[in-house]
Design a protein around this ligand. Sequence first.
Ligand SMILES: Nc1nc2c(c(=O)[nH]1)N[C@H]1C(S)=C(S)[C@@H](COP(=O)(O)OP(=O)(O)OC[C@H]3O[C@@H](n4cnc5c(=O)[nH]c(N)nc54)[C@H](O)[C@@H]3O)O[C@H]1N2
Ligand SMILES: Nc1nc2c(c(=O)[nH]1)N[C@H]1C(S)=C(S)[C@@H](COP(=O)(O)OP(=O)(O)OC[C@H]3O[C@@H](n4cnc5c(=O)[nH]c(N)nc54)[C@H](O)[C@@H]3O)O[C@H]1N2
Ligand code: SF4
Ligand SMILES: [Mo]
Length: 684
Amino acid sequence: MPEARSVRSYCRTCIAACGVLVELAGDRVLRVKGDPDHPLSRGYTCPKGRAMGELQQHPDRLDDPMIRHRGGCEAVGWPEMMEDLAGRMASIRDEHGPGSIGFYLGTGGGYDSLGLFVFRSMQMAIPQQSTYSAMTIDTPCLPLVSSLMSGSMIPNPVLEIEDVRLTLMLGTNPISSHGHTTAWPNPTAMLRRLSQGGRELWVADVRETKTAQAATRYLPIRPSSDHALLAYLIRELLGPAGGANREHLAAHTMDVEKLEAAVASWTLDRAVDETGLPAADLEDLLASIRRHGRLALMTGTGCSMQRNANVIEWLSWSLQIITDSFEKPGGQWFHPGMSNRFELMPDFDEPLFRDAPLAASRPEIPGHVGETQCSSMIDEIESGNLRALFVLGGDPLTSFPDSARIEAALQKLEILAVADLVSNAMTEMASHVLSMRGPLERHDIPGYVESAQVAPVSQVTLPVCEQTPNRRPLWWVLSKLAESIGVKLLPKGVSADEADEESLLRSLVEGGRLDFDEILAAPAIVDDEVRTQMRGWVEKKLPQGRWRLAPQPIVEQFAAITAGPSSVERLRMVSGRQLRKMNSAFAKLAAPGERLERARVHLHAADAAEAGVEDGAKVRVTSSHGTLDGRAEIDPTLRRGAVWVPHGWAELKVGALLTGERGAIDPLTGMVTQTGVVVGIQPL
Ligand SMILES: Nc1nc2c(c(=O)[nH]1)N[C@H]1C(S)=C(S)[C@@H](COP(=O)(O)OP(=O)(O)OC[C@H]3O[C@@H](n4cnc5c(=O)[nH]c(N)nc54)[C@H](O)[C@@H]3O)O[C@H]1N2
Ligand SMILES: Nc1nc2c(c(=O)[nH]1)N[C@H]1C(S)=C(S)[C@@H](COP(=O)(O)OP(=O)(O)OC[C@H]3O[C@@H](n4cnc5c(=O)[nH]c(N)nc54)[C@H](O)[C@@H]3O)O[C@H]1N2
Ligand code: SF4
Ligand SMILES: [Mo]
């Protein structure tokens, strides 16, 4: 038995990037635990981080690339795999053009830093190919609002945990998710800091989540009504009793009168009717904002997946801008990057909102953020525009709407190449299975989530386990494919076979704030001066130094909501994640002694009783689009009217209730409504 040793690394499963210590005997992982010396996570891990060893040694891990023939799937060598793919892609490209070849980057691919880097390089070098990512079924409202209000997609507000006195969280549950666009390593400790010593933490959610339970005040808001809460607050703060920072408004904003007009009808009564919250809740929150002057407001997927996502995100930015909360102590800051240095970018100019459609079969969907929207993928395949698809660490079968149609469409593809770590329903369907290196076998840097961190932090990791030749890195696969058409994607024109992974990682940090070796020597380095010295960098880059408070396309969307009927009390399916799973991953994977999550339809006791559904009994959920059968669980945390179907289950595909069809998606971003969908329930 080889001697046990402990290797320092960080977890690559979610944006929190917790520091971990991996205990090994030889190359076998014995245990993964939190690294007490990590400056942000301080020894914290969640069940998924602790299961990194189980992922590494999982019996279903993919060890060899495989090609499916008529008789089944056959393991092949990588040279044969690349030759086969290159040959088939060439004939598809010759016959149908480069747009018939598509790449979808899912969550698993996004956390592979070199894979992501090469994916983005490929998007720029071969723009004729189709590019999709999970971003367009997650939070496309954020880059939209950011670009329309600031002139750039880059700014992402993050919590300023040191100085904030008042925090408002809408539709986010970091105790389970560890953050949506702000990272929450050690969320319990962070929430405690935000709610003690005279600080106030308000959480509006349709479920009394663990995050809500940690709040100083919980608002059990009606599903899909967050816009009403925000519009009321803005109306009052801009009104005669005041609360908005007038000096800041005059110097650093434009169109405040248009914002004022837009929210004019959102009185207390109207907001109470819409949100279902007691008037005292709304008045107390308003008084609290007036008292503190500034606030940090965080939204999550409970907002970004609503039909009114753009409006909510716009109102949430507006509320923070009118209270001068951005880039000031007591509000939120904009991370200027660590391996990137965003402050060196040119000044923000025109909105980067690109609206040229990218999917010929769905001309009404704008090519927002320069990617083809996931909601158009089915039509692109069905119409024959998309014939070869690479799924890179993603799972459209459980993550996309129109579950039955996406399954049938994927089966029609001439090439469905799936790059994953474990065999699952996607690899079972694939024509080509690409066995990828896992987190413990990779060099990584939390590049893509760097600017979501609450502190300016840098960290890198070397591989913890030995790299086996038949599990290949994503950067290598993509670079090889590009080389087959004469395009080199790696820095300095290095070819895929010549490249060395550590040098590639070093090149990602070049031009950043810290030296690679310096970062490597520590669990992570926090350089808090970056936050204080760089404060105000976004405002300096705004066109004419001003925020645009009334972006026309979103003001128009809000006018339509304002003029429409109020939402009546009825059942709505709501979204939400589970702690022990990462979307579809980790559903059946846990460290010893840890339990797994369950796939259940969660119901309020009164809603269940009214429909005649009993706890544990079979229930059918029906939307205007489809039906879903599952087992019911009476959930005392739910607000009345909310039916929670957790996302990411192969056996409970919530996508059956959803649609990305024409007329159903957001016209500005192509986003699918994934929470707040009207449903009915009945016993089975
Ligand atoms: N109804 C509904 N739909 C939703 C959502 C919702 O809340 N409700 N959420 C949406 C959101 S926010 C998102 S981000 C998407 C997620 O959509 P996807 O990203 O498409 O789905 P995941 O289940 O995260 O797929 C991750 C896959 O990557 C694999 N994987 C894990 N680690 C690695 C790795 O290191 N390398 C590689 N190559 N593969 C890896 C996993 O095994 C898994 O198969 O779903 C969206 N769809
Ligand atoms: N453990 C775990 N962590 C994850 C993931 C995972 O699957 N599991 N997924 C990762 C991904 S891809 C993402 S995008 C992030 C998302 O991170 P979060 O956005 O924090 O995700 P959730 O934990 O689902 O929190 C969404 C909350 O919105 C609430 N909600 C639903 N509808 C409404 C509404 O109409 N109004 C309000 N106010 N609230 C509503 C839900 O009850 C839920 O508590 O999490 C990431 N982290
Ligand atoms: S919160 Fe859990 S999944 Fe996220 S980085 Fe930390 S240990 Fe990993
Ligand atoms: Mo996501």
